[in-house]
Write a protein that binds this ligand. Structure first.
Ligand code: ADP
Ligand code: MG
Ligand code: ZN
Length: 604
């Protein structure tokens, strides 16, 4: 409604200016003097006229004095008849030039009709304008079904990503090399009748570079790239998603050979018929449409669909069958070497001082994804800038690792003397038990500076990446987790809330040992419970019990047995090594933070 009012005002203003302009045009400032027929005849008789121009009924008269005047005759009457009627002698006109203006009739008609026509034209224009407005909104409603895919053409060099920008992920790149080759030179394959892969599914934890790699394939192949996220298909209205899919593939086929990239495909590609949510019909239709489109490709359709997900387990099996997303490329969390490579990529354009070895940073970041590493270097640069340094130093890097892992340091979180003592003993307990137990990872740092949620922390991680864990390691880890609690009880005969998150972790770990890893002697090699994701809340996980009450009780007993045993282990170490414990705690109170070397020197 507002728009209509606005349009009306604009229209009105235009009209006003037009009117003003027209009136100005109609009344030139030096308008000739108008005289009656009588005076005109007089002038003729006195021979004061040098020139007469006849313009329809208008007579433009130039006097011998040079003055310009205007007079009028009847339209149907000629000048000579007029003069005759007034009995002017013909000789009087001998020296007068007469001229009949040609434009008369058209100008006359235009002049006659335009004043009537103009309002109609304006009104018609106005109506047309309004109609177009209304149609615009209509069109926008129709646009609903169009895909919002962003197209990146090879000419769009600015955001171009190639395999060079993706560090590590060697196998994944090798696998995708074939696709690049095909996009570059489809004829080479099709002339041999080779079936081209239609779909590639990139699978991996968040931040491992799935999106990046898909863009790199397009960049490497110099092919157009259509990027859409799974969630963009899902709208309020049923059928919109499907029509967006149709539109997307129509566009893609025109631009072939090209890549269609569907990011986060689990948003639409979830197992069909599994949901309770309202959007469930819509998703099913969208997914069906994707399948239909992919099946519709023939050998000559050079469109490759790349999809990414971090939840391959929830995908509909129909998506994964041959002829659809039959190729799977798995991206893992980067290994030590890959981490170093990724750091190298992101270190470009950041000045490091000579003390910084990216290898050291890579060693200290097991479990970091590519995105975490990129973030780490960015944090380091920010930190260096805040300290007004010209180059990024080692400390900035190390500090950032902890920031990315545990959250920012909370210097304002000031503990009183007793709290500080308790925290120091708590962390010393974790560190001591970790140091003594053979299967536990080496302690890298102990600190009682609050960070994120934690009041203090003990960092420990292995020198090499490990992909498997044994029962013995888990049992030692449980003891380390419970050591904080055990120390508080041993030293202060009381327990604080500080051990809360340790206990939660320990309990969850013990339950996993029993129900998922089959590491309990009594219950044996079996898994218990089926985890299922409720569709309508996305992340909500419900556990379905596939065992009876008796087994449930046994699981609880086993979990508690693991925890009790670990607790006893921790307690024994603390009692036996009480002197070392006191030494670590005292030093912590004094220095707040102990690095690996200082810590190990203390225990020698
Ligand atoms: P995903 O889609 O797997 O969640 P992205 O592809 O969006 O992850 O990666 C996020 C960011 O992490 C990238 O923009 C890039 O800066 C960085 N990154 C991840 N993996 C790598 C890698 N292998 N090499 C270089 N940078 C990477
Ligand atoms: Mg992504
Ligand atoms: Zn703790």
């Amino acid at each position: 409604m507002k728009k209509v009012v606005k349009n009306f005002i604009i229209f009105f203003l235009v009209f006003l200016t037009l009117a003003a302009f027209l009136s100005l045009y109609n009344s030139p400032l030096d308008e000739p003097r108008k005289v009656g027929v009588g005076e005109f005849i007089d002038l003729v008789n006195r021979e004061e006229i040098s020139e007469i121009a006849i313009d329809g009924e208008k007579l433009e008269i130039t006097l011998t004095s040079g003055e310009l005047i205007e007079s009028q005759k009847e339209p149907t009457e000629s000048l000579s008849t007029l003069l005759n009627n007034y009995q002017v002698a013909p000789e009087k006109l001998e020296g007068v030039k007469t001229e009949v203006k040609e434009t008369t009739s058209t100008m006359f008609w235009l002049g006659a009709i335009l004043p009537f026509l103009l309002p109609f034209i304006l009104i018609a224009g106005f109506i047309y304008f309004m109609m177009r407005q209304a149609q615009g909104t209509n069109n926008r409603a129709m646009m609903f079904g169009q895909s919002k895919a962003k197209e990146v053409t090879p000419q769009n060099q600015k955001n171009k990503v190639t395999f060079k920008d993706v560090a590590g992920a060697k196998e994944a790149k090798e696998e995708l090399e074939e696709i690049v080759e095909f996009l570059r030179n489809p004829k080479k394959f099709t002339s041999l009748g080779a079936q081209i892969p239609k779909g590639v599914l990139l699978v991996g934890p968040p931040g491992t570079g799935k999106t990046l790699l898909a863009r790199a394939v397009a960049g490497q192949a110099n092919a157009p790239f259509f990027h859409i996220s799974g969630s963009e298909f899902v709208e309020m209205f049923v059928g919109v998603g499907a029509s967006r899919v149709r539109d997307l593939f129509k566009k893609a086929k025109k631009a072939a050979p090209c890549i269609v990239f569907i990011d986060e495909i689990d948003a639409v590609g979830r197992q069909r018929g599994a949901g309770l949510g309202g959007s469930h019909d819509e998703r099913e239709q969208t997914l069906n449409q994707i399948l239909v489109e992919m099946d519709g490709f023939d050998i000559s359709t050079n469109v490759i669909v790349i999809a990414a997900t971090n939840r391959p387990d929830v995908l509909d099996p129909a998506l994964l069958r041959p002829g659809r997303f039959d190729r799977r490329v798995v991206l893992d969390l980067p290994s030590l070497n890959d981490r170093e490579e990724i750091l190298k990529v992101h270190a470009k354009g950041k000045p490091f001082d000579s003390s910084v070895k990216l290898r050291t940073l890579a060693e200290r970041t097991p479990g970091f994804s590519g995105a975490d590493l990129a973030n780490l270097l960015n944090e380091a640069a920010i930190l260096a800038a805040r300290k007004n340094r010209k180059q990024i130093a080692v400390e900035d890097g190390l500090e950032s690792i902890e920031k990315v892992m545990l959250g920012p340091e909370r210097k304002s979180h000031v503990l009183n003397k007793r709290e500080k003592e308790i925290t120091a003993y708590h962390e010393a307990g974790h560190a001591l038990v970790a140091h003594i137990l053979p299967k536990s990872d080496p302690v890298r740092k102990v600190s009682i500076v609050a960070r994120g949620q934690a009041g203090g922390y003990t960092l420990k991680y292995p020198l090499e990446d490990r992909f498997m864990h044994s029962k013995a390691e888990f049992i030692d880890d449980l003891a380390v987790l419970l050591a904080g609690h055990a120390t508080e009880k041993e030293v202060f005969k009381d327990i604080t809330t500080g051990a809360n998150s340790d206990l939660k972790h320990a309990t969850a770990l013990a339950r996993k040992l029993v129900t998922e890893y089959g590491m309990s002697e009594t219950l044996g090699p079996q898994t218990f419970g089926k985890k299922e994701e409720l569709v309508f809340l996305g992340r909500e996980i419900s556990e379905q019990r596939d065992y009876g009450e008796k087994v449930a009780t046994m699981i609880d007993q086993e979990v508690s047995k693991f925890l009790k045993k670990a607790y006893v282990t921790a307690q024994e170490i603390i009692r036996k090594e009480r002197l070392s414990l006191d030494k670590i705690a005292k030093t912590l109170i004094e220095k707040e933070t102990l690095e690996q070397k200082e810590f190990e020197a203390l225990l020698k």
